[in-house]
Design a protein around this ligand. Structure first.
Ligand code: HEC
Length: 112
């Protein structure tokens, strides 16, 4: 019986570790409700300059092929801080760095 109890607490610990690691993975991804807000923002606000299908307009194309050679860091920083001297505004007041990174990830997939 003693042996069994030891096994039991080991499984408890493993289970806890599993839960903790899952919650940190989830933390980097916006909640489903927030994801749909961000997708709306992309379509309505970003789309106003980057084109309705993000193929480019007043701002450059944000389609996967156009982003292929641009590092995440550059794109995330551009979204958060905008580009001085251009029409690209800073979005920092409206989203976190994790959310901007999530937007870049969905832009790269091209399924917005
Ligand atoms: C008022 C117009 C405008 C809006 C709104 C706008 N952008 Fe931009 N964006 C631009 C312009 C213009 C540039 C190009 C800046 C330059 O010349 O470097 C740009 C550049 C970018 C770049 C860098 C692209 C590259 O090829 O280097 C990204 C990424 C980007 N915008 C994402 C977004 C996202 C995401 C949104 C919405 C949250 C958004 N933009 C909203 C005008 C806009």
């Amino acid at each position: 019986m003693r042996y069994l109890r030891g096994v039991h607490s080991l499984w408890c610990k493993l289970f806890l570790i599993l839960c903790l690691s899952i919650s940190t993975v989830w933390a980097t991804e916006p909640s489903p409700a927030r994801q749909s807000e961000l997708r709306n923002l992309l379509k309505n606000d970003c789309g106003a300059c980057h084109g309705l299908t993000l193929q480019g307009g007043m701002g450059p194309s944000l389609l996967p092929d156009s982003l292929i050679e641009k590092p995440d860091e550059l794109l995330v920083t551009t979204i958060l801080e905008g580009r001085k001297g251009t029409a690209m505004p800073p979005w920092q007041p409206f989203m976190t760095r994790e959310e901007a990174a999530w937007l870049v990830a969905i832009l790269r997939k091209g399924k917005n």
